[in-house]
Ligand binder design. Structure first.
Ligand code: NAG
Length: 291
């Protein structure tokens, strides 16, 4: 009896200990991350992103004498950072009013590539997005590929096959969530990226800095769907957010500030068009409420 009680008590402790341990680990991990951000990358020095392109200073609008001797490919062209994001996202908007999934995912891959050199701050968003893109790609190229050509086809098939989660109920194993739910999570992250890009592009000198603006966008688009701990980590991350110059330099290396801002604004508009169409399609099918 004593032993049974003891086993029961220890089992109960153990049950509580696991989530607690996971929580502490997560906290540690997030702290380590923000610490690295705050201590190591304050100046957004090259060493922070050994794989990423070096930080490029945005060339101030200046006379023709200071024009670069070599010409960069335009950033919106097929080889440009923004061009590679915009081209597949535009192509995902197919003439039938649907969203082509393989193009949508290709757009996301390019978007993650663009955001990654902005620093470990984005890791909380981009790591998650990459995992979801990979999960959805597995379906687009998997044995049921025929049903995963577009958003409408996927939603119809998953409903028919009984694969959809019940609205508001998170799946037990997030790794096995339906394609529609995975897309919904990407869709929310796309909203955040779009708002953030738009605000960085539209900001006036002397206005709130990029961190404050992307933090606002986060609170609008993603925070309502994130647990408390992640929201706190995000709040810290926005304190050490890269400045507008670095954004513009990464988006359009070698371009003038006005040119870079205009290009970033057009990229944000492309993302908005994709967001709008996806939002409409998900809403028509009652899929915005999947947890
Ligand atoms: C997206 O939808 C909003 C609200 O309906 C609208 O104001 C905006 O112009 C649309 N944007 C694009 C790029 O279609």
């Amino acid at each position: 009896m004593g032993v049974a009680l003891l086993t029961q008590v220890s089992r109960r402790c153990f049950r509580h200990a696991i989530p607690l341990a996971v929580l502490s680990l997560l906290l540690l991990y997030l702290c380590a991350r923000s610490f690295r951000v705050v201590s190591g990358c304050r100046s957004w020095a090259r060493s922070c992103n050994p794989e990423g392109p070096p930080p490029v200073q945005v060339r101030r609008q200046s006379g023709p004498l200071e024009a670069p001797k070599w010409k960069e490919p335009p950033c919106e062209g097929p080889q440009g950072v923004l061009g590679r994001v915009m081209e597949p996202f535009r192509a995902s908007l197919n003439p039938e009013g649907d969203v082509a999934l393989s193009q949508y995912l290709a757009g996301w891959r390019a978007l993650v590539r663009f955001l990654t050199p902005l620093g470990s701050i984005f890791a909380f968003a981009t790591d998650e997005a990459s995992a979801k893109v990979t999960a959805l790609e597995a379906r687009v190229h998997g044995p049921e590929a025929a049903h995963y050509s577009s958003l409408a086809a996927m939603a119809a098939w998953e409903r028919r096959a009984g694969l959809l989660e019940r609205p508001g109920v998170a799946p037990r194993d997030p790794a096995r969530s339906s394609g529609s739910r995975t897309l919904l999570l990407l869709h929310r992250a796309l909203r955040w990226s779009q708002l953030c890009l738009h605000r960085v592009a539209a900001a006036t000198p002397g206005g709130p800095d990029a961190g404050v603006q992307c933090g606002d966008a986060y609170r609008t688009a993603l925070a309502p769907h994130h647990p408390w701990l992640v929201r706190q980590a995000a709040r810290l991350a926005f304190l050490a957010f890269p400045g507008r110059g670095r954004w513009l330099g990464l988006a359009c290396p070698g371009a003038g500030e006005a040119e870079a801002r205009a290009a970033l604004a057009r990229a944000a508009a492309t993302l908005e068009a994709v967001y709008n169409r996806t939002q409409g399609l998900l809403a028509e099918r009652g899929l915005l409420g999947l947890a």
